[in-house]
Design a protein around this ligand. Structure first.
Ligand code: SF4
Length: 385
């Protein structure tokens, strides 16, 4: 299937949404995996598929995009961070006081097998922003909002003119300084950026001295940093965007300290500030992509020990329903967490020392509190929500 990937310039990329369309893929595997794609959609383009070494069954790019039978293991939830709790209207989430999320797209250039928001592909209309004027009104009325994150789905799947319609309206609001675009497009299809001068002009127009556009990229493996990808990142930077990178720690892809170190190092070389390394959320179908938290902490620390200060700025965090919880340390008996951001401002910065649980995949798997600071806040119960 051919489709225009957002760009209004000529950018014909071949897309696949059925495994049968992929020649390099063996027939036997295609049949086995049809039960997976019936449950969780498959989508990819020819560029990203070209990064796969088909001779290697454990190829990390293959693991990122090609379905696996392990996705059928019963585990996780469709909305693991309870995003619905913070939805003010379909497609607008307001969890942290200075930041809102607008889910402006329900499509991605490819579908990552470890996606934490796969519910949007299962029920595409449910959380997509349909009433932009109402969202703009809400943001105008809430003067505490300084940051708007455009996400989805991938905002860069939208045509540039549609994206500009959204950003230009946000730029009429004095208190909104930062517009973030959360996108995997530089990894999935850098030509969407390279071949669209209008996108770069739009960024130049709306990223100014006190009002920057941040591009929150999603590189997960050093092999995604092709010449084309690095060129796209550089073009975004030259247009005036600040580029950062956030990624989950994924078993079989980057949950290996040497690979993670190489990725962090190269991201710092190209000016893509390593911002967050996420613990994989307990999303449905994701068990096989997830490492336990304490193992993840060791991997991140070892990787950080190999790179410069600029490369190790990323925090290892969980996007928990109560806030962004950083895994800050570990002793033989304890794991130490800190609210990097909290839905309830009172909790921000709170330190929690919890009894170690090497089998914990999420904050809720910790049940025993050793110490908290400050400890004069209302008593909280840890454990499953
Ligand atoms: S780019 Fe993000 S939203 Fe899209 S499939 Fe990947 S993880 Fe999910």
């Amino acid at each position: 299937m051919n489709r225009d990937s957002g760009s209004e310039t000529k950018n014909i990329m071949k897309y696949f949404n059925k495994l049968e369309q992929i020649e390099s893929f063996r027939d036997k595997e295609k049949n086995t995996l049809s039960s997976v794609t019936e449950k969780f959609d498959f989508r990819c383009n020819e560029y990203y598929l070209s990064l796969i070494n088909w001779d290697d069954p454990d190829d990390p790019i293959r693991r990122a995009i090609i379905p696996s039978i392990e996705e059928l293991d019963e585990w996780g939830r469709l909305d693991p961070s309870n995003e619905h709790t913070y939805s003010v209207m379909p497609g607008l989430e307001h969890k942290y006081n200075s930041t809102v999320l607008l889910l402006v797209s329900n499509v991605c250039e490819g579908i990552c097998r470890y996606c934490f928001r796969k519910r949007i592909f299962i029920n595409p209309q449910s959380e997509y922003l349909r009433d932009l004027p109402a969202a703009i009104r809400y943001i105008k009325e809430h003067t505490e909002i300084t940051n708007v994150l455009l996400t989805g789905g991938d905002p860069l799947v939208l045509k540039t003119s549609k994206l500009e319609e959204i950003i230009s309206q946000l730029r009429t609001i004095d208190h909104v300084h930062i517009v973030r675009i959360g996108t995997k497009m530089p990894a999935f299809n850098p030509y969407r950026i390279i071949n669209d001068p209008d996108l770069l002009k739009m960024i130049e127009k709306y990223s100014s001295e006190w009002k920057k556009i941040y591009i929150m990229m999603h590189f997960i493996h050093p092999r995604e940093l092709t010449d084309a990808a690095v060129k796209a990142v550089t073009m975004l930077q030259k247009a005036g965007a600040i580029t950062t990178n956030q990624m989950p720690l994924i078993k079989g892809i980057n949950a290996d300290y040497k690979i993670l170190a190489e990725l962090l190092k190269k991201l710092s070389f190209i000016g893509a500030v390593p911002y967050y390394i996420f613990q994989c959320r307990p999303a449905m179908g994701n068990k096989a992509y997830t490492v336990p938290i304490e193992q993840g902490y060791e991997i991140v620390q070892k990787a950080k020990s190999l790179v410069s200060g600029l490369a190790k700025r990323a925090r290892y965090v969980m996007s928990h329903s109560s806030g962004k919880i950083e895994v800050v340390g570990k002793t033989e008996q304890c794991t130490i967490f800190k609210y990097h951001r909290a839905a309830d401002d009172l909790e921000s910065g709170r330190i929690m020392v919890l009894k170690s649980n090497p089998n914990a995949y999420w904050f809720d798997d910790y049940t025993e509190i050793i110490e908290e600071y400050p400890n004069n806040l209302p008593y909280r119960i840890y454990g499953p929500e």
